[in-house]
Design a protein around this ligand. Structure first.
Ligand code: DX5
Ligand code: ZN
Length: 243
């Protein structure tokens, strides 16, 4: 196999009041990673005063979920890989907190790291986490090429297949062009898809070349979440070139 499947249930769809039990249940059912959606970064760094008039500068997504304290609590109950997806306006401010809390992977958005991405990736790596970059549906894929080819490269690209902010949205098949372009250019790169993945959409994503699969509502909403996890894995395996 060229790239291995990594199935990551999105804990956003879990019962947050029972997070540790939910996390361990997913790992016992065969999940490789736990996807943690950290949302809404009220920026800690000073921005020009007038930029605060624009809501998009203050908040990356219109939802508020969890932060480093929750990662830290969860870390005490599991050794699993915590795949942290930061939908925040200033990811640089969160690197240290997330590393201390026990995050394994740190995925930031390219839309908010245009100038300082190299410094950010180095900071994530030296803090002991695996750096990755995400892009929103409206963002052209070419923007992440320099990050994959940088001197300190990102180790995964997350292609959003819904607008970031909420679980349970509809998969956007027109994002598959980005996945195909990335897979064509980088045969061994970890490519993650996030949003609307489940039994009815996985084959499209796997055929395009995605190997890291985030799935929230389709896993947690299923009568047998373990069956969905296995189905997602099998689909990625089947789509792999046999050489
Ligand atoms: C959306 C999040 C996703 C979300 C996926 O902003 O990044 O991880 O939880 O949920 P589903 O699989 O339900 O679309
Ligand atoms: Zn996510």
């Amino acid at each position: 196999m060229v790239v291995s499947p990594k199935i990551a249930p999105s804990m956003l769809s879990s019962d947050f009041a029972n997070l540790a039990a939910e996390a361990n249940r997913m790992i016992d059912l065969g999940a490789n990673w736990l996807h943690m959606d950290i949302m809404d970064g009220y920026t800690l760094t000073a921005l020009p005063l007038d930029s605060f008039l624009l809501p998009s500068y203050r908040h990356f997504v219109p939802n508020l979920t969890i932060g480093a304290p929750v990662i830290e609590s969860l870390r005490k109950h599991t050794n699993a890989y915590l795949d942290c997806h930061l939908m925040v306006t200033n990811p640089m401010d969160y690197v240290e907190h997330m590393a201390k809390a026990g995050a394994s992977g740190f995925t930031f958005h390219v839309e908010v790291a245009k100038e300082n991405w190299q410094q950010l990736v180095e900071k994530i790596k030296s803090a002991g986490m695996r750096p990755a970059v995400a892009l929103k549906p409206g963002t052209p894929v070419e923007l992440v090429y320099p990050l994959v080819e940088g001197t300190t490269p990102v180790e995964m690209v997350l292609v959003m297949t819904v607008e970031p902010g909420f679980g349970g949205q509809k998969f956007m098949p027109n994002m598959m062009g980005k996945v195909r372009a990335l897979r064509h250019k980088y045969p061994t790169l970890d490519i993650q898809v996030d949003g609307g993945l489940g039994p009815s959409t996985i084959d499209t994503a796997a055929a395009a070349g995605a190997n890291c699969i985030v799935a929230g509502s389709s896993v947690f909403g299923a009568p047998k979440p373990g069956d969905v996890i296995s189905l997602l894995r099998t689909s990625v395996e089947k789509a792999q070139p046999t050489t």
